[in-house]
Write a protein that binds this ligand. Sequence first.
Ligand code: NI
Length: 434
Amino acid sequence: MGNILIRGATVLTMESSDSVFEDGEIAIAGDRIASAGPRGSAPEGFSPEKIIDGSGKVVMPGFVNSHTHAAMTLFRGYADDMPLMKWLSEKIWPAEERLQPEDIYWGTMLCCLEMIKSGTTSFADMYFEMDMVARAVEECGMRACLSRGMIGVAPTARKAVEESAALVEQWHGGANGRIRVMFGPHAPYTCPPDYLKEVIGLAGRYGVGIHMHVSETGDEVEQIKSMYGTSPVKYLDSLGLFELPVLAAHCVHLDESDIEILASKKVGIAHCPESNMKLASGVSPVARLINSGAPVGLGTDGAASNNNLDMFEEMHCASLLQKVTAGDPTVLPSYTALKLATAGGAQAIGFPDLGLLKPGMKADLIMIEFNKPHLCPRHDVMAHLVYSARSADVDTVVIDGEIVMEGRKVLTMDEDEVMNRAQLHAFRLAGEKG
Ligand code: NI
């Protein structure tokens, strides 16, 4: 890990909507940003081992995908156009029962490859066989918040508690601090109150957070109301969940008092507009959540319900979906969409020193090629990034001060091998009968 200087790029520090330096310069010292600003702003005496010419390109913080199930890349295109519960119970859960650790490893590697190539530098993952996920993250150089998915009503409930505790002990702070761990109770309707209380107690003792699906569908809200007489958010609040750092995925169906609780407890929210649209779950009141002050990030959810891990598409959809739903084109402007995809997500998944290019922050950044017809003329760089740029425009990716992709070539893995192995594992899973 040597010092790097990026010179001549347009630099978006993301500190405010006008923090744009047309002829900018970024100095990276080890794993941190030393400076970000106009040409000549690098600290006196800064001696780079590598100088990157950024002319024609835009540099910004890397994307944070705040909710994924990485190895579900293996089920991309395997089952589509179905209602959520039928999709889960008839297709996804039976296939998941056949998953072996090596499947998870190669599915996660495919996910990481796709994420790096589309400018994502961090993600929050909930799945199982998380040792395999941690291994993939360590090797590919990404940053991640990992959770072992826990289903309290399943026969694996006990095993999930033991494996979650082991995951915290083995991997929290691992891979040079690039890996953090949260407990991952799947959802209020799959985890009974006693089980949740046990998980909350354990997370508190370990000093880690909780990653959970919350209020994803109208059916979930009805079910929780009939079981506990209140909304999922108020039910979880009554158990003390929100006294811990929480990453709540989806939060689609909320009333005003739910939003107040999420805001006052600073619950991190992973807004997943494409998954919510594809599964017809509904439209999250995300503009209201942002205004309430809750930390909001963007997530793709698993590749089986999206069907890719492209944060450019997610920003684009998040903005357009809010506009058409509110009947107001000023809702969720481009700077806000970029904030959700970077600093908002970083805060939501528990990495507070990410998402801004300023001295002292972790050096996770991406460089995007702007010499393209669909990015010309350059009236507004932020508008182009949200409404017109594509993931294939990402040229260079730096994570933790290390160059992970340069000139679209990923340096930490063999791209062909990852795709070939993932395809073999996916076809075996699809071909086997339970
Ligand atoms: Ni999910």
